[in-house]
Design a protein around this ligand. Sequence first.
Ligand code: XLS
Ligand code: NI
Ligand code: NI
Length: 441
Amino acid sequence: MNYFTGNKEYFKGIGKIEFEGKNSDNPLAFKFYDKDKMIGGKTMEEHLRFACAYWHSFNANGTDPFGGPTMEFPFTDSDPLKDAVNKADAAFEFTTKMGMPYYCFHDADVAPHGKNMNEYQKNLHDMAKELKKRQDATGVKLLWNTTNAFSDKVFMNGATTNPEFDVVARTALQIKTCLDVNVELGGQNYVFWGGREGYMSLLNTDMKREREHLGRALTMARDYGRKIGFTGNFLIEPKPMEPTKHQYDYDAQSAIAFIKDFGLEKDFKCNIEANHATLAGHTFDHDLQVCADNGMLGSVDANQGDAQNGWDTDEFPSNVYETTKAMLVILKNGGLDKGGLNFDAKRRRNSTDNEDLFLAHISGMDSFALGLEIANRIIEDGKFDSFIADRYSSFDSGNGQLFEAGKMDLETLAALGNKDIKLVSGKQEYLESLFNMYMFR
Ligand code: XLS
Ligand code: NI
Ligand code: NI
């Protein structure tokens, strides 16, 4: 029996994952994620706000472009509605056993599409009631939901950027239904990831018009969301490409420019995914920093890419250098507000044991817990902060200060440009070795 809904237990033999400390050899225990541990005034749980991604954990069955499914899920049923209900039980059982406070989903993850849009709406509303029951029974909350406007063939030329008006309207119907469901479930955020909102070739594309249509649709979604009482953040999740050749929300900087172009900055922030940042040619912490600098760090899709592969491999995060650098930005940002760390990550196609789903999340959660602890030590010691502050100190007084304050014109500045320049080292190698001290001391 499932210990919270009275239904079947799917992950038998695996109980609640507990913190056992770094000397534990138990693979099914946390070594670093100690949810109640206080770090700088907040618990680890409050800092990290972990979420389980429904699609990767309970829908992705191991299919890749070269082969079919490899995963044998314990909850499948030939009746699509029964399958969806079983999956919801499995999802809440898993999330509860992992001790993750949040979950995230697309409409297509939780409910079968049905034969037409009436069935789509009915199925999604029915499943939302099932999800609500399980949220209430377990205390697991909705970090965000989103619309899958990319898998179905009708979206092959785009969703809200489709050259056919009827597809734009179809997308709107899905977005509206998903927003209704969000409010019903008390969602903290609502995400737009525009997998097909881009182009394959400019030979058939009016980019200006498509981008304006996207802006128009997101404005309408904002207005409707606020009208029905959605108080969370709307989030744009940037990604440069894949499946399109070029996606309009290429990276954090272009998503923020988009948000500002359409006057959406009071309601929209970004959801930054590590592997999307690296696909765009940036580091994960670069895109987080761009958002933090603009007051637009909304939430994070926590995963990692593969340095040798040029696509979105969505691996579970295990690189502690990356998690530490990410947590540095997040801590200095004052946290993630309504956002969290959503594991938009899938176990490898050949990680086929059901326990692998647990092991993958344990690894990801421990990697971020370690990153949090190390980043907090770095910030408390203040060595990097004081190095950087010192590096810019010529702008703290005198002419530098006048320049920053906008109290100088080009002639005055140029008149000061006649001095011999003394070279000042950037000290990168020293700082990298200092970083290692915090990692390993
Ligand atoms: C795909 C995206 C997707 C979004 C939600 O690359 O990461 O999973 O997070 O649609
Ligand atoms: Ni994502
Ligand atoms: Ni991704």
